[in-house]
Design a protein around this ligand. Structure first.
Ligand SMILES: Cc1cc2nc3c(=O)[nH]c(=O)nc-3n(C[C@H](O)[C@H](O)[C@H](O)COP(=O)(O)OP(=O)(O)OC[C@H]3O[C@@H](n4cnc5c(N)ncnc54)[C@H](O)[C@@H]3O)c2cc1C
Length: 497
């Protein structure tokens, strides 16, 4: 299993068990940045708010993030401008600017240490340099004080770079603790290890089924990264992308700033100070969840990069996490069509949620209150989104059909008479009748589970780095024993004898 550099914050936040029959104005599902920012705004507005978290505070991307809070987000401004026009890019930037300032103010008021530094998008090829030039031009046009650097000092940045001064980096655990405490101070409650498994929306509110009992809420905000319980357009419009992060102790001097490459596969780096020691974080190597057979090779590639560019770097931590990329590129904050005007979703930040989540929280808080939001992430161009949606849905349908066909006809890695013993951390697939089955050995325990995702029936793939079964369709993930970990699924995989 992988371990983040960031600490588990559970002991630092007042958490309570879900009281039986609790009634609140708003149930916020998910205790990452989106859920905690949203709960804080709603509780401060005088509403009774309960945050319900399936695992622990920060169990998703928020507790595993690189935590660069910046308005220069690789080449996103020019990419959005190209796809949806300048107005959409300007709106996206304004919302992120608001979110960043709001978060910086919160950190100031709650003694969360932040480091001001520059954000840099660098390139290593001519094509990358062209992308950097476009980002510089768009960012300038939108009023950001970016600088084009012809000859970056860092040896890994061989071509052009664009830099934006005065952005923020922090320890995400510090921010999660401060947000969690602020929610409770404002009168809200946080209930961890409580998974939401069903929502029933009626005339007088929503009945929220959880693994710890039933809760009644006037409205519900799904801050679950992917919209749980949704089987429609919102889920289909989000692609789950996993990425890897490694922390290294390395002899200095280390590069100053928060860097990201314009090219794929992405390399993202920054320094991090934890308990007085300094680490170099190197991340990237993203891929669609459940669609990488050799996840270990992704970590090995990050090690190879660090070894080459930072001689003497010694890896101390390695972990991975996922965020969701909307087809439109623009974060999704909306009322869900099936929720009877009472269920909302906010997410889809394409791995740029530090500034976007507080902005999304303001938008969803307005929607919950029945107000027209004052912020927007911009309107997608109808033509561009229709084209991309069609192509994404076709790809998804092809992948789903391929997986189903594979499930029914593909060669299992383990036949019915195969009695070979799996080593620790290994997994194999087989069949019980026509049903695909996965067998794995983790911590000395052998588990056999159904390999069809409990969300929409995708055929799960073994992830050797996380020792989990991952779904290539919508990013649901399950532990070796079938326990649901994350993604839109809410039910565990059935065990198979
Ligand atoms: C590797 C990586 C690096 C990143 N680096 C950066 C960066 O440098 N800068 C940046 O701006 N952004 C970055 N991001 C993105 C950023 O971290 C995310 O956009 C942000 O943390 C998302 O917050 P969230 O609260 O929406 O989702 P999450 O943090 O994923 O929270 C969702 C929560 O919902 C809970 N949940 C799910 N289902 C249920 C259920 N049924 N019942 C109850 N609870 C449930 C989960 O357990 C989880 O705690 C990165 C992302 C990744 C993956």
């Amino acid at each position: 299993m992988t371990t983040p550099l960031w600490r588990d914050v559970t002991a630092e936040i007042p958490l309570t068990a879900l009281p039986s029959g609790l009634r609140v104005d708003v149930a916020v599902v998910g205790a990452g940045f989106t859920g905690l920012h949203t709960a804080l705004l709603l509780a401060r507005a005088g509403l009774r708010v309960a945050v319900v978290e399936a695992r622990r505070v920060g169990a998703g991307a928020s507790g595993a993030t690189t935590a660069k809070a910046t308005l220069l987000q690789r080449t996103r401004l020019s990419d959005i401008a190209d796809r949806h026009g300048r107005d959409a890019a300007a709106a996206y930037l304004a919302a992120n600017d608001f979110g960043l300032e709001w978060m910086a103010g919160f950190c100031r008021d709650h003694d969360v240490p932040v480091e001001r530094t520059r954000a840099v998008t660098f390139s290593t090829t001519d094509d990358g340099a062209e992308a950097v030039r476009r980002e510089y031009a768009t960012a300038r046009d939108l009023g950001l004080p970016v600088e084009l650097i012809e000859h970056p000092a860092e040896e890994f940045a061989t071509h052009l770079a664009v830099a934006l001064p005065d952005m923020l980096q922090l320890d995400p655990a510090d921010l999660l603790v401060a947000l969690g405490r602020a929610v409770v101070d404002a009168g809200g409650s946080i209930h961890d290890h409580t998974r939401v498994t069903g929502l029933d929306s009626g005339a007088d509110g929503v009945t929220v089924e959880t693994t710890a009992g039933t809760l009644h809420a006037g409205k519900v905000v799904l801050a679950t990264a992917s919209p749980i319980l949704d089987h429609g357009r919102t889920t289909m419009s989000l692609a789950a992308q996993r990425s890897y992060l490694c922390a290294y102790r390395a002899p200095g001097p280390l590069p100053e700033g928060m860097f990201i490459s314009a090219e794929e596969p992405t390399i993202s780096l920054r320094t991090a100070r934890v308990d007085g020691d300094e680490w170099l974080l190197v991340g990237g190597q993203g891929h669609p969840t459940g669609q990488e057979a050799d996840t270990g090779a992704r970590l090995a590639d990050l090690d190879a990069w660090a070894d080459h560019h930072v001689p003497g770097a010694r890896r101390t931590h390695a972990w991975s996490a996922q965020d969701y990329h909307p087809v439109s590129m623009l974060p999704v904050v909306e009322k869900l069509s099936w929720g009877g005007d009472r269920v909302f979703f906010a997410g889809g930040y394409s791995k740029w949620g530090l500034a976007a989540a507080p902005a999304a929280a303001h938008i969803v808080a307005d929607l919950v209150a029945g107000r027209e939001p004052t912020l927007t992430f911009g309107s997608p161009s109808v033509a561009a989104t229709a084209a991309t949606t069609a192509s994404t849905l076709t790809k998804a349908a092809t992948a789903a059909a391929g997986h189903l066909a594979g499930a029914l006809t593909g060669e299992p890695t383990r036949g019915p008479d195969d009695s070979s013993v799996l080593d620790e951390g290994e997994a194999a697939t087989g069949r019980a009748g026509v049903r695909p089955v996965g067998e794995s050995v983790v911590d000395g325990r052998t588990c056999r589970v159904s390999l069809l995702c409990t969300h929409m029936g995708g055929l799960l793939e073994w992830n050797e780095v996380e020792q989990s079964w991952d779904c290539p369709l919508h990013g649901s993930r399950f532990a070796a024993d079938g326990t649901v970990l994350e993604g839109p699924a809410v039910k565990d995989l059935p065990q198979v004898e």
